[in-house]
Design a protein around this ligand. Structure first.
Ligand code: PLP
Length: 665
């Protein structure tokens, strides 16, 4: 198994070994309850006080208050609840409070959700208003200037979790002071901890939540700074812990671990200097530029944390890049919320008015401020390896460098499919239903494999994909002048049917025709209510232009019958494989992932690669075989489930898939 390169520190960081040791010590020896008055309790209380004192020194808390919480989300609740309760009381006394809850357009969702929640629960009836950011992700201070007199609360993060963009807190403070705004000011400081110098008590900030797990401490521990004099309402009350400000027995293991991280920060020497971090970012950016031609960075480096890189690559979705990096053991995250069907564009990048494709295809790479040279070297080498995997599999231009594919390839976007037929022997291919967004990728595949295109056909589409593709194929077009096209010994013929035009494909007879028995594939617009009369045979594989039931047999076309569930848990896999020695493990990840992973075995067994995009090419062979168990796997279990369901729909009883493969490198 290759070692993991973890580049998702903004989501959560690994835990510092000293923090693990401190947590363990707190549980083994220092397990006392800090509220107990005996020595065991007093020892725990002393530890709690020491960590708090250290945190106060590091953050410049001054005469403010620092409370331990479960994390930033709790800190945000407490800050918002405190501010809204105070606003309500002030209004009840007839004081002016402002009527807006103003929050930065790129805030973590915890902020607007919390504002809306407590505004509703408390019945404060304030208006939530977005404070826009500019193209560089910085708050628009002119808008703030205009709205500040009306703001009851202002929420502006210190640094953004997706882009690393650093807010102009001094500028915001200046506007709030100049306008004599009555607003309470919360600064979500999660991404700033350990990366930006904070001297909280010298600022106008009223509330600053922090989270331990973003800086080498475990999950479940955080801190909330409250300025002296800022209103406070506990979120939880009970036993009076945390000076009555946050009830509940303290998370002492978490506090101890956080304390170890803060101790390391205070001692110095463990965090890289700004110059070192800038150098690390520059090296990662150079490696990315070399590996991913056309890459664009989504936040200007001049004004962002050096530890965060956010980028998009033309022609690649964030899911594809995530799959690629993950296969190579590099953990990054989609810059946008990603669902299996379709990635939602990043609201942070949208707020910066970046072009749609960049918002939808963003990837975030982030590292911790304790990263070292060796780690960055390894990350750069792995990024180069990812670029190689894309070149080898023809996903980035590398004219004539790729091996020629053979057989049927399905390319999908937004639930629709284009089909490519390759004939390696004659170095030729045909394209059916090219979709416009896929045109550059199709052209890259063709140029890279140096094949001649014998046909570009539509089963019913509007022809826009064809129009987008043809100009990209210069030098590779060798279109047939007849209605049918020969690909070596195989032939592609049109077949009109009641619902449009189909194309049939198989070995040509001696007289140049395609008998029904020889039709291996039928490409159709829709597999539903398909009537191709006597032109095909029962086991012809039907390839549809839409994802739902895209691959079926002619006999079963349009059949969406319930399939029996054949999901396997990975923990049960070894036993399953022992009980079924003939079972075949099939990796359905795409070729670029397979190359990036260097995969070939799994669970000590050979695993063959049949990417989901090549499934149609193989199903006929499997259906004619002895139906031995086929166990599909991928990274998350989503694609392997699709493969197993497809096989079952086609009547292959022994198709299984492994749900959520955690042990893939
Ligand atoms: N705010 C920001 C900017 C974050 O990045 C996160 C975590 O993703 C949070 C708030 C929530 O923090 P926690 O996980 O500690 O609740």
């Amino acid at each position: 198994m290759m070692n993991e390169i973890y580049l998702d520190a903004n989501a959560t960081s690994p835990v510092l070994p000293a923090a693990i040791a401190a947590a363990e010590a707190a549980m083994r020896e220092g397990f006392g309850n800090p509220s107990s008055s005996h020595c065991t309790g007093l020892k725990a209380k002393a530890m709690l006080a020491a960590v708090r004192a250290r945190a106060c020194r590091l953050l410049g808390v001054g005469d403010g208050q620092l409370t331990f919480t479960s994390g930033a989300t709790e800190g945000i609740q407490t800050a918002v609840l405190s501010a809204l309760c105070a606003i309500r009381e002030r209004r009840a006394r007839g004081e002016a409070t402002g009527d807006l809850l103003l929050y930065g357009a790129t805030e973590h969702k915890a902020v607007p959700e919390t504002l809306a929640h407590w505004n509703r629960i408390l019945g404060t009836g304030l208006e939530l208003r977005v404070l826009p950011v500019d193209g560089y992700g910085r708050h628009q201070l002119d808008v703030l200037r205009e709205l500040a007199p009306r703001a009851a609360m202002v929420c502006t993060m210190a640094a953004n979790n997706e882009t690393g963009v650093i807010s102009d807190l001094d500028g915001i403070a200046a506007v709030l002071c100049a306008s004599a705004s009555p607003a309470y000011w919360m600064v979500d400081s999660v991404q700033a901890l350990g990366k930006l110098q904070l001297d909280l008590a010298t600022t106008r900030i009223d509330y600053a939540p922090f989270s331990g797990h973003k800086l080498y401490a475990p999950k479940g521990i955080g801190m909330l700074y409250v300025r002296r004099g800022a209103p406070y309402t506990p979120l939880m009350c009970g036993g009076g812990q945390e000076a009555g400000q946050r009830a509940g027995t303290e998370n002492m293991a978490g506090v101890a671990a956080l304390g170890a991280v803060l101790e390391a920060l205070e001692a110095g020497g463990v965090l890289r200097t700004h110059e070192e971090l800038f150098d690390f970012r520059a090296r990662l950016a150079d490696a990315l530029r070399a590996a991913l031609p056309g890459i664009v960075f989504n936040a200007p480096f001049g004004n962002a944390l050096a530890t965060t890189l956010n980028f998009s690559v033309p022609g690649f979705s964030s899911k594809e890049l995530l799959d690629l990096f993950d296969a190579a053991g590099v953990r990054v995250s989609a810059g946008s919320a990603c669902s299996s069907a379709k990635a939602a564009p990043s609201y942070v990048l949208e707020a910066m008015h970046l072009p749609h494709w960049r918002c939808a295809a963003a990837v975030r790479m982030s590292f911790g401020p304790m990263a070292d040279q060796a780690f960055i070297d390894a990350a750069c080498a792995r990024i180069a390896h990812c670029g190689e995997a894309l070149r080898k599999t023809c996903l980035i231009p590398s004219a004539g460098q790729g091996e020629t594919s053979d057989g049927i390839v399905q390319l999908s976007v937004d639930g629709a499919s284009s089909w490519l037929i390759f004939d390696a022997a004659s170095a030729s291919c045909a394209v059916i239903d090219p979709l416009a967004p896929l045109a550059p990728r199709i052209a890259d595949l063709i140029r890279c494999q140096n094949v001649q295109v014998r046909a570009v056909l539509d089963t019913g589409a509007d022809g826009s994909g064809r129009a987008a593709l043809l100009p990209l194929l210069e030098g590779h077009l060798a279109m047939a002048s007849t209605a049918s096209a020969m690909l070596g010994q195989q032939i592609l013929v049109p077949a009109p049917h009641s619902d449009g035009l189909a194309y049939l494909f198989g070995d040509a007879a001696a007289d140049g025709t395609l008998p029904a028995q020889a039709v291996r594939f039928a490409f159709v617009g829709s597999a539903l209510a398909l009537d191709l009369g006597g032109l095909v045979n029962e086991s012809t594989i039907v390839c549809g232009a839409h994802d739902t039931g895209a691959v079926s047999t002619y006999a079963g076309a349009g059949n969406e019958a319930e399939t029996r569930w054949h999901g396997l848990d990975e923990s049960a896999l070894d036993a399953f494989l022992s009980a079924h020695p003939a079972a075949m493990l099939i990796d359905v990840r795409e070729p670029f992932e397979h190359v990036a992973a260097g995969a070939g075995t799994w669970h000590g067994r050979p695993a063959c690669s049949v990417p989901l995009s090549r499934l149609a090419d193989r199903v006929g062979e499997w259906l004619r075989s002895d139906q031995r168990p086929l166990v599909f796997f991928c990274r998350s279990g989503a694609r392997s489930e699709k493969a197993a369901r497809c096989l079952q729909r086609l009547g292959y009883r022994n198709a299984y898939h492994v749900a959520g493969n955690l042990s893939l490198n």
